[in-house]
Design a protein around this ligand. Structure first.
Ligand code: IPM
Ligand code: MG
Length: 409
């Protein structure tokens, strides 16, 4: 039940997931079995670990921090940001993509706001010196096993999707991705020379306990939405997927009898997401399939630049709130990036980790109002849409101005 209360704030950014009136009462879970975001609750001031990362990270972080500061000033609470290095920036500075100082800053913080990591510059580094390794280390060491990625098509942005209006209009999907297991972390792994040639291998592996805990998060999330849950696997080929399917089925039958569970093979799911995405509500899947399908689902919305995400673990530690998109090195430093996904991630952070629902709503409302006002960054602007093109900083400023004028009104 605690999970239900704690996940609730996550479910309403931009009205992303469900109307507040919907019943929020899934079957009770023994507390020890549940997993949740770990709110610190309402305080007079908060410490945020700010991980700007690489590429467009510093620009979208600056825009997001200024929006957060506007909100904090308006609402009369304090925010302190502790910058910490991750990814390529950390490799350049201290030869470690997730330095001990960053881990310490994350553990000490009330919550963690992350921009994005990666870039061509580090792509051919040895694996332990790649930005992605830092992100994976952070997820693993902070125990963030559940990643929630909502993809809701906003009416203002339908034209920004590459798909037909009738296909995407009304799409509202939540991908619940397992984040600390699977082929991402499985052992053994490596590249060895066997019989005179190089052989590369990873291990797609899930323990029953890992499947159970993500299935419970998905059961709770689905219960609070339409009750429809699709578990995606490759059980026609993979043993690990057969276990995934069996365990997920058992958990739903035993603990979430009201959830309408279906199963789909991942290749079919990839196709169905494009063919008729409205058939999906909540999707639960493993780390690698979730990585791929969440990118795909996000494009239904028109741009990865709009989508926030939350990564959560067992109670007791801060969550990580970050946009779903990457570091876009091709436009880094050009003031062209869309900061809205990170701004909306900050709203999720306020709601969940910081107990500041009202202030989160201010941000969400301001973002909607800015879109309604016809302001767009390049990624969500279509030719002839009559909208005004804004840079990253200007988009952040617009959201801040909107918040200030909403507070005065
Ligand atoms: C994501 C990203 C990461 C992942 C990369 C950057 C390691 O694609 O968050 O989806 O694969 O999980
Ligand atoms: Mg990805």
């Amino acid at each position: 039940m605690q999970l239900v209360k704690q996940l609730l704030p996550l479910l309403l950014p931009l009205g992303l997931l469900l109307p507040p009136a919907l019943s929020l009462l899934p079957p009770p879970l023994p507390p020890s079995r549940s997993s949740s975001l770990s709110a610190v609750g309402k305080k007079a001031s908060y410490s945020i670990a700010l991980l700007e990362g690489d590429g467009i990270g510093p620009e979208i972080s600056a825009a997001t921090v200024s929006v957060l500061e506007t909100v904090a000033t308006a609402a009369g609470f304090g925010l302190s940001f502790t910058p910490a290095l991750i990814g390529g920036a950390a490799i350049d500075a201290v030869q470690d993509p997730y330095p001990p100082a960053t881990h310490a800053a994350c553990e000490a913080a009330d919550s963690i706001l992350l921009a994005c990591i990666g870039g061509y510059k580090w792509d051919s580094n040895p694996r332990d010196m790649r930005p992605e390794t830092g992100l994976l280390a952070m997820r693993s060491r902070l125990g963030l096993f559940a990643n929630l990625r909502p993809a809701k098509v906003l009416p203002q942005l339908i034209e920004a999707s590459t798909l037909k209006r009738e296909v995407v209009e009304g799409v509202d999907i939540m991908v619940v991705r397992e984040l600390t297991g699977d082929v991402y972390f499985g052992e053994p792994k490596g590249i060895d020379v066997i019989d005179g040639e190089r052989v590369g291998y990873n291990n797609m592996i899930y323990k029953e306990s890992e499947i159970k805990r993500i299935a419970r998060v998905a059961g709770n999330v689905a219960s609070k939405r339409t009750g429809k849950l699709c578990s995606v696997d490759k059980a026609n080929v993979l043993d690990v997927s057969q276990l995934w399917k069996d365990v997920t089925t058992d958990i739903m039958e035993e603990e979430f009898p009201a959830v309408d569970l279906s199963h789909m093979y991942v290749d079919n799911a990839a196709m169905q997401l494009i063919r008729w995405p409205k058939q999906f509500d909540t999707i639960v899947t493993g780390n690698i399939f979730g990585d791929i399908l969440s990118d795909e689902a996000s494009m239904l919305v028109g741009s990865l630049g709009m989508l926030p995400s939350a990564s959560i673990g067992e109670p007791g530690g801060p969550g990580v709130f970050e946009p779903c998109h990457g570091s876009a090195p091709d436009i880094a430093g050009e003031n062209k990036a869309n900061p809205l996904a990170m701004i909306l991630s900050a709203a999720m952070m306020l709601k969940y980790d910081l107990g500041r629902d009202e202030e989160a709503k201010m941000i969400e409302d301001a973002v909607e109002a800015v879109l309604d006002g016809g302001f767009r960054t390049a990624d969500i602007k279509s030719d002839g849409d009559g909208c005004e093109l804004l840079g990253c900083k200007e988009m952040g400023d617009k959201v801040s101005e909107m918040i200030t004028s909403m507070v005065k009104a």
